[in-house]
Design a protein around this ligand. Structure first.
Ligand SMILES: [Fe+2]
Length: 401
């Protein structure tokens, strides 16, 4: 059976259709049997937050996510709170320390709010770990079963860039809300009348920022250890402003559900946005998470109304005749995009609409992208120039330029 024909349980639960998902995240067909490290898709993204209790409310009120599970002192986990939220096929797990002696405190003191674990759903944890070990990966947790009355989950974890890790999860024998130890939890948050059921349906990609000179090492890690292949998008010296620059390559799992662009700073006259991230996150980490929506106009309108701030796009982006010609025909008038600051990129396969939020925490580190794909499997390379200029204006206001 090809994975291409199969929706994950999470996607089925979210009511997503295969053709819808293909458009949303650019799913492709592939042969799982020849994959040394088969990955089905995303499992969950775990964050460490300075205040997970408040962050859980923020993600519900602003991002329209739904609280589905919880674990904390009441369940015997005296160290930290853990809130599980979902939107469509995406799960976020928000962890925040309860105990002043918790190891989460030191992690948060160093990195601020951010992603610690990009967990992936795999059909065979042991096969993946055996391959990862052969390829020299650091195994943080050996395969182990976790069981409660809802069944068994098998998990293991390997180290990725910085203090980020990939937990590998086989939940095929589990029916509980999230993982053994968690209880089902809902909240009293009511969706405002007339607002959409959700603002995003799936996770498209997560970008990792790594140190100068390390991008190729991490590309090789994902190639060798996890069997990921390189996607066409490559950003080299040609994408740079006069002052700051990055290099970027993209790796993806077999079915392209999981896509990891990897950035490293390139040398510029001033501090690049990647350098700024590395300084304020105190090392490599997840830079942005791209959330897939099938109606980016509504999503952006709703998010703005709920207080989410996006990067400005210069008016010249929409008015410059050359740029306008590049945008071409899209599903809505350009004026509608300009009103909202939504960017367009185009390649031989189609186009995509995208927009970037400002950093969501106190530090200029992690942020979100919203993306609506129409055939294009790219990441907005053509928009980097416009984006850089917008980010640099923000950096300048913060005095970090
Ligand atoms: Fe992106």
């Amino acid at each position: 059976m090809s994975l291409h024909e199969t929706l994950t349980d999470q996607e089925k639960l979210a009511g997503l259709q295969l053709d819808e998902l293909q458009q949303l995240v650019g799913l492709v067909e592939y042969d799982e049997a020849s994959d040394p490290f088969p990955v089905t898709g995303w499992d969950s993204i775990t964050w460490i937050c300075g205040n997970a209790t408040q962050a859980a409310v923020y993600f519900q009120l602003a991002f329209g996510m739904e609280l589905i599970a919880y674990r904390g002192p009441e369940q015997g986990q005296r160290d930290y709170h853990s809130y599980v939220l979902k939107s469509g096929a995406i799960r976020f797990v928000l962890n925040g320390a309860v105990d002043p002696a918790s190891s989460l405190i030191a992690h948060h003191a160093k990195h601020g709010d951010g992603v610690i674990d990009i967990a992936l759903e795999v059909p065979d944890v042991d096969k993946c770990i055996a391959h990862a070990e052969r390829m020299g990966a650091t195994v943080i947790a050996a395969p182990e079963d976790f069981t409660d009355e809802h069944g068994t989950v098998r998990m293991a974890a390997i180290a990725a860039y910085g203090e980020t890790r990939h937990t590998l999860v086989d939940r095929s024998r589990y029916t509980g809300a999230y993982l053994p130890g968690y209880v089902e939890r809902t909240s009293s948050v009511v969706r405002p009348e007339g607002s959409p059921k959700r603002l995003f349906q799936a996770l498209d990609h997560i970008v990792g920022n790594v140190e100068l000179g390390k991008m190729d090492e991490w590309v090789e890690f994902y190639n060798k250890v996890m069997g990921f292949t390189n996607m066409a998008e490559f950003i080299g010296d040609d994408i740079a402003t006069d002052y700051s620059a990055l290099m970027s390559k993209v790796v993806a799992n077999g079915n392209h559900r999981v896509k990891f662009p990897l950035n490293e700073p390139a040398v510029g006259k001033k501090k690049s946005q990647i350098d700024e991230y590395l300084e304020f996150y105190q090392g490599p980490g997840a830079q942005h998470l791209a959330l897939a929506t099938n109606d980016i106009l509504t999503t952006v309108d709703e998010l703005r109304a709920r207080g989410i701030e996006f990067l400005d796009t210069p008016a010249s982006y929409y008015e410059d005749p050359q740029l306008r010609a590049r945008i071409g025909e899209v599903r809505v008038p350009i004026e509608e995009l300009q009103k909202r600051g939504i960017l367009v990129d185009r390649d031989e396969d189609g186009y995509l609409l995208q927009i970037f939020t400002k950093p969501i925490g106190d530090r200029p580190t992690v942020f979100f992208e919203f993306i609506e794909r129409h055939g294009s499997l790219g990441f907005g390379k053509g928009n980097f120039q416009a984006l850089f200029e917008a980010i640099e204006r923000e950096q300048e206001r913060r005095g970090n330029f």
